[in-house]
Structure formats: structure tokens, C-alpha cells
Design a protein around this ligand. Sequence first.
Ligand code: HEC
Length: 118
Amino acid sequence: MLRPSNALAALVLFGVLAAPALAGGSGEKAPQFTEDFLNDAEVLAMGQEIWADQCQFCHGKNAYPGKAPKLKPRKYTPEFVYKRVTKGFKGMPAWEDVYSDEERMSVAAWVMNKDFSN
Ligand code: HEC
């Protein structure tokens, strides 16, 4: 028979062992856009570079008209931009297999930055 204290210990132990497994791995990991991350100069430099290399020719002001909508960051959250970049949507390509989580988060941070322009 399991004594109540043992059962409790087992539950606590299960929590400790299971929590990291649930948080990591292949599942959906919710990105954490802290103020620090969104304002980090290195993050923004990386995001700006990705934007210039991979996004601007579709979304930028010199893109072929009608190729992709001009982005309206004031209507977005970083999580929304991250999701579109990660999963794609209709004509918007998915970058999940191209860029790491941090790279996709950095381009989202750049799009949301006050210095961003299409
Ligand atoms: C091949 C052209 C193309 C490239 C490259 C591209 N996009 Fe897109 N993107 C689109 C199109 C087309 C849409 C509109 C999809 C729809 O809603 O029908 C879109 C939609 C979006 C949206 C949602 C806009 C809204 O208002 O709903 C975001 C945010 C976005 N793209 C960001 C990016 C970022 C960041 C990159 C670079 C990593 C990128 N895109 C690269 C074509 C592109």
C-alpha cells in the first residue's frame, strides 16, 4: 500500500521529471518575447539582416506590386509575426525548417521595432 506521503512524493517527482520533457521536445514552444529580447541590439541586428535577405523582396517597398502585403506592425503582436514566419500562410512561406527559433523570433522583433520600415 502506498502511504499518502509516498504518493505525494511520487507526484512531486513526476512533476519534476515530466515538466522539462513537456516544455521542450518537438511540441509547440510558445516564444517568450520579453522587453529585453525585443530591445536587444544583437537580436535586432540579426532580425534586420534576415528581413533584408529573405523578406524584403516580397514585402519591401521595391517588391513587385501585389507580391505581398505591406506589413502593418502596429496591428500585430510579436507572437503573430513569429507564427506567420514559422508556419507560413497562403502565399507566405514557412521558415520553420530554414531558421532556428531564435532567428525567427529575431525577425519578429525587428518587424515590431520602432525603426522597422517596409
Ligand atoms: C515569396 C514571398 C514572401 C516572402 C519571401 C515572405 N513573405 Fe510574408 N507574406 C507573403 C504573402 C503573399 C503574405 C500574405 C498571405 C495572406 O494573408 O494571404 C505574407 C504575409 C506575411 C505576414 C502577415 C501579414 C498580415 O498583415 O496578415 C507577415 C507578418 C509576414 N508575411 C512576414 C514575413 C517575414 C518576416 C518574412 C521573412 C522571414 C516574409 N514574410 C517573407 C509573401 C512573402
